[in-house]
Design a protein around this ligand. Structure first.
Ligand code: TXA
Ligand code: MG
Length: 342
């Protein structure tokens, strides 16, 4: 049985240097032990992931995280205590003896997080070795928030620990932390459930001096413009468009876009007749939880493309990560001229 609830079986596989899928509170991860080059190579190969995109390392507790880095300062301690276990990845200077260049794509920093899912923690504790784990999907494609999603990505070969649907539903916030004696520099490399405001509130409370820099996500690894893409093309629609207009404009515009962007293949056909509209909760937390299931569900339905209708209430920090993923998942954006003027 590739989908299992037997944690011990999963731990045994990992002990042998094999890779498995594990649940986390964000999305399912494709996990291998950090000290096995064979396991790490296998992660890249079955995901078809390029080696320039670094992996996040998952730890069982704060002390294990400290063992992976060269410097663990006051800001890291405060952030870890405030948000771990939870959906925050800290990018810190790595200890090169503990974290290979394969894991970090040759970078001097490593992304670390302590996940909140009880079964992920059970596996990490039982194994005693940190786990490198990217989201358990093929490169550039929609992330999995249920065990069945992983099964549909990789088939029966992979052992999957079933931990039910993921509570958060989108990947962790990735925070770069540059600590020095005077001031801590911070930068959000990937938005997630933990927001900049929440991070600031914690540091302010503890009187830690910091400054946030806003790097273009293009300059951080693994932030290609096209990512999280479902099997059918997703069209982002903002403003008033009739079904017919969407279908016409999509057909017209697809003739012009390339077959491949950032190494991700854009699936195209000659005519786009029928679209399925994504449906989400008005609550950003619930909408995030629904996101990847909804993308998969609609792309499996009879249709030529999927439509995301951006609603007026979907703006601001709480919707940031949700909109970021949909923006990167979309092959095309139709924005009406009245929206342009806003
Ligand atoms: O919620 C999550 O973070 C999930 C679960 C499984 O933990 N993992 C996940 O991993 O989303 P992945 O590989 O799909 O995304 C990792 C991203 C990389 O693409 C990169 O943008 C960033 O995290 N990252 C990882 N290590 C980094 C590093 N050393 N420096 C800069 N960015 C890094
Ligand atoms: Mg991913």
């Amino acid at each position: 049985m590739p989908i299992t609830q037997n944690t011990q079986q999963i731990v045994e596989k990992l002990k042998q240097g094999d890779i498995v899928a594990i649940p986390t509170e964000t999305v399912y991860g494709l996990a291998g032990r950090v000290d096995s080059e064979q396991a790490i190579r296998k992660i890249f190969s079955i995901k078809e992931r390029p080696f320039f995109d670094p992996l996040i390392v998952h730890v069982k507790d704060i002390s294990q995280a400290k063992g992976l880095v060269l410097h663990w300062g006051k800001a890291s301690e405060i952030l870890a205590n405030a948000f771990w276990p939870g959906p925050l990845t800290l990018v810190l200077p790595k200890n090169p003896h503990k974290v290979s260049d394969l894991i970090t794509s040759g970078l001097g920093n490593v992304g670390i997080r302590l996940p909140k899912h009880p079964q992920a923690l059970e596996v990490l504790k039982e194994l005693g070795v940190p786990l490198a784990a990217p989201s358990a999907n093929r490169f550039g494609r929609t992330s999995p928030s249920r065990a069945e999603h992983v099964l549909s990505e990789f088939g029966e070969e992979l052992f999957i620990l079933d931990g039910g649907p993921c509570d958060v539903g989108i990947e962790s916030t990735v925070l770069w932390v540059g600590e020095s004696s005077e001031i801590t520099s911070l930068s959000i490399l990937r938005p997630g459930k933990i927001t900049e405001t929440q991070i600031q509130a914690v540091l302010d409370r503890e009187k830690i001096p910091y400054n946030f820099t806003h790097v273009s996500t293009k300059s951080s690894p693994g932030h290609m413009q096209h990512h999280y893409m479902p099997d059918k093309p997703l069209i982002w629609v903002e403003g008033e468009f009739s079904e017919e207009e969407i279908s016409e404009k999509t057909t017209e515009r697809f003739q012009k876009i390339p077959d491949e962007v950032d190494g991700v293949k854009i699936k195209k056909s000659l005519k786009y007749n029928k679209g399925q509209v994504l449906q989400f909760s008005m609550d950003p937390i619930l909408a995030a939880r629904q996101l990847y299931s909804e993308l998969r569900l609609k792309s499996e339905m009879e249709c030529d493309f999927i439509i995301f209708k951006k609603e007026e209430h979907q703006f601001g920090e709480m919707w940031g990560a949700f909109l970021d993923r949909l923006s990167k998942a979309s092959s095309l954006k139709l924005v009406s001229s009245s929206e342009d003027k806003k």
